[in-house]
Ligand binder design. Structure first.
Ligand code: SAM
Length: 242
């Protein structure tokens, strides 16, 4: 029987190491090589920090893949191609690899870009995905906010692209719950928009959920919106609260 190399993208959950799924943990522990995205040389990868309690350093190799935090395709494409080439060469013909990332791999995750490059390289690597607990599910749980009930509708949008009051008003007309991901630097604009809409107290703001630095705020009036971190999101709900 011919063996083939495998690469499993594992959603680690939002930050608490215990929020990895059992399937994810098993796949992580079965891997020979663990690949983690790294935004800048020298920075410890966040995915690595979350997965650390589950890694056996004596048996498993950790390979950091440098991936710039930019929207510039001219920089990103070569970085993805180089990362895919590294994976192919580390896995060889029959090793098992795992690519670790926050939350769910297919929700605004980095893995899809990498997967595309593996396809373009015609790599003989079997790809599998293990879903993960998303940041907004963990945030709703930590803050005690229902996401959707009965026949309600919910939408997930990247806040960095949709922050003004008109856009939010339109979304809240159509959906009982709006999840604004990638809130970070967009927070001042989000707060201004919610204030204009009179919704500052129908909000859950969550920062670094599941990490020691976690911050959950239910009333945006009590939050300084300046310089919030990238790992933050806002859930606005005009449907029933508890
Ligand atoms: C590149 S996306 C990754 C999303 C991730 N795949 C998921 O399933 O949640 C990054 C955004 O996810 C959200 N996020 C991820 N982890 C988070 C956490 N621990 N706390 C708060 N927000 C988080 C933030 O909105 C952040 O800007």
């Amino acid at each position: 029987m011919t063996k083939t190399a495998t690469l499993t993208a594992i959603g680690l959950g939002p930050g608490d190491p215990e929020l990895i799924t059992l399937k994810g943990l098993r796949a992580l522990q079965a891997a020979d090589v663990l690949f983690v995205p790294q935004s800048r040389d020298g920075d410890q990868s966040l995915a690595l920090r979350i997965a650390e309690p589950w890694i056996d350093r004596a048996r498993q190799m950790v390979v950091a893949l440098p991936l710039p935090m930019t929207r510039d395709a001219g920089q990103l494409r070569p970085a993805w191609r180089a990362a895919a080439e590294t994976i192919v060469s580390e896995l060889g013909a029959d090793r098992h690899g795992a690519y670790l990332l926050l939350g769910d791999p297919l929700l605004y995750g980095t893995f899809v870009y990498l997967w595309r490059e593996l396809i373009a390289l015609q790599a003989s690597v079997t790809v599998r995905i293990v879903p993960g607990v998303t940041s907004f599910a963990a945030a709703a749980a930590a803050g005690g906010m229902p996401l959707a009930m009965s026949n309600e509708r919910m939408i997930i949008v990247p806040a960095s692209y949709e922050t003004n009051a008109a856009a939010l008003r339109q979304l809240l007309r159509d959906f009982e719950t709006v999840v604004l991901m990638k809130a970070g630097s967009a927070l001042p604009a989000i707060v201004a928009a919610l204030e204009e809409l009179g919704l500052l107290d129908r909000v859950l703001y969550a920062e670094r959920v599941g990490m020691p630095e976690e911050l959950i705020v239910r009333d945006l009036r009590s939050l300084d919106p300046q310089r919030r971190p990238y790992l933050s999101l806002v859930i606005v709900r005009r449907g029933d609260l508890l």
